[in-house]
Design a protein around this ligand. Structure first.
Ligand SMILES: NC(=O)c1ccc[n+]([C@@H]2O[C@H](COP(=O)([O-])OP(=O)(O)OC[C@H]3O[C@@H](n4cnc5c(N)ncnc54)[C@H](OP(=O)(O)O)[C@@H]3O)[C@@H](O)[C@H]2O)c1
Length: 311
């Protein structure tokens, strides 16, 4: 797999296709990460929430023992909602590093702008409502800036932030976020966010780039079954998944499709040998319905919940 990289504002290169690892656990995760590295993936996306950092660390260690250099792989993790208190930020990052067996992360993201109750219960949710804490995300961001100073992370960024929230970080932060990782696929194109990020020199990463087809029964968004996507795929002799990913990389977005299967990992990376026409890109853009798989409605009433604003 030859995968182009995008340049971050720090000057570092980030491979445009990475392996997502949400719902990838235990030995399956270890095998998946090894298979991805064997297939040429050099970008792995994880988070404390996924509870798989030890398995990913095991796979990385094995590959690094077999000749892969640390600097050849771009590792992303995320600060979970229950770790927003400034005193919790460095220990949380250190824990991810220890579990991954690394001495630095290439990128550390604030997973969400809204903070949950401090502690080791990662999902403090009762009767459909999350228990919140009252940390403004700028306080958390300032603690994340210290991670860069301390050399624990090469770069910091955000996830699930809307445009107003990004503006607040850009205005009040000392270090600019290099990435905003948001849900994006043909049913939530995030064109406004992409325009904003491009103007500010920030990279947009698309999570759920296939529309999370394994969970359709829960969310009802059958992106890969969309007739327009299927028509375009047929024309190019590609799969619907490849069309969704190609559309993103063609507009400069980084994609992190998750798979446990080596054949799909290869399929998801073979997207640099065809090009969508301007009309096809327009057709896909027009499928937007601002519909998301992940809305985190447990936090809907929190003032830092990002989805009241369209982006
Ligand atoms: N920042 C955030 O808040 C956030 C939220 C959600 C996700 N993420 C990150 O983004 C990554 C991707 O999102 P996601 O995992 O939710 O959804 P996704 O990548 O859109 O979809 C993953 C699903 O698609 C299947 N799949 C993979 N390749 C396929 C192909 N070529 N054809 C058909 N089906 C295919 C996978 O099944 P198999 O495994 O069986 O192949 C899995 O069920 C996550 O893993 C995580 O790293 C971040």
């Amino acid at each position: 797999m030859t995968c182009p990289a995008v340049k971050l504002s720090t000057g570092a290169s980030m491979p445009q296709v990475g392996l997502g690892t949400w719902q990838s656990k235990d030995n399956e995760c270890y095998e998946a990460v090894k298979a991805a590295l064997d297939a040429g993936y050099r970008h792995i996306d994880t988070a404390e929430l996924y509870q798989n950092e030890k398995e990913i660390g095991r796979a990385l260690k094995e590959k690094m023992g077999a000749g892969m250099a640390r600097e050849d792989v771009f590792v992303v993790s995320k600060l979970w909602n229950t770790r927003h208190h400034p005193d919790d930020v460095m220990p949380a990052c250190q824990k991810s590093l220890d579990d991954l067996g690394l001495d630095y992360l290439d990128l550390y993201l604030m997973h969400h702008p809204f903070p949950w109750a401090r502690g080791d219960n990662l999902l403090p949710i009762t009767d459909g409502k999350a228990e919140h804490s009252d940390v403004p995300f700028m306080d958390t961001w300032k603690a994340m800036e210290n991670l860069v100073d301390a050399g624990l992370v090469k770069a910091i960024g955000v996830s699930n932030f809307n445009i107003s929230q990004m503006e607040e970080v850009l205005t009040n932060g000392r270090i600019k976020p290099v990435v905003n990782q948001v849900e994006s696929h043909p049913y939530v194109t995030c064109n406004r966010m992409l325009e904003f990020c491009t103007e500010k020199g920030i990279v947009m990463t698309a999570y759920c780039p296939l529309g999370a087809p394994g969970d359709i029964a829960d969310h009802g968004l059958a992106v890969l079954e969309d007739p327009e996507i299927k028509k375009i795929a047929e024309k190019h002799g590609k799969s619907a998944a490849q069309v969704c990913l190609r559309w993103q990389v063609q507009r400069g977005v980084v994609v992190i499709p998750k798979s446990l299967r080596a054949t799909r990992m290869v399929e998801n990376s073979q997207i640099f040998d065809f090009k969508l026409t301007a009309a096809e890109v327009e057709t896909i853009n027009n499928l937007n319905q601002d519909k998301r798989v992940y809305k985190w409605e447990w936090s809907k009433d929190h003032p830092q919940w990002p989805f009241n604003e369209k982006f």
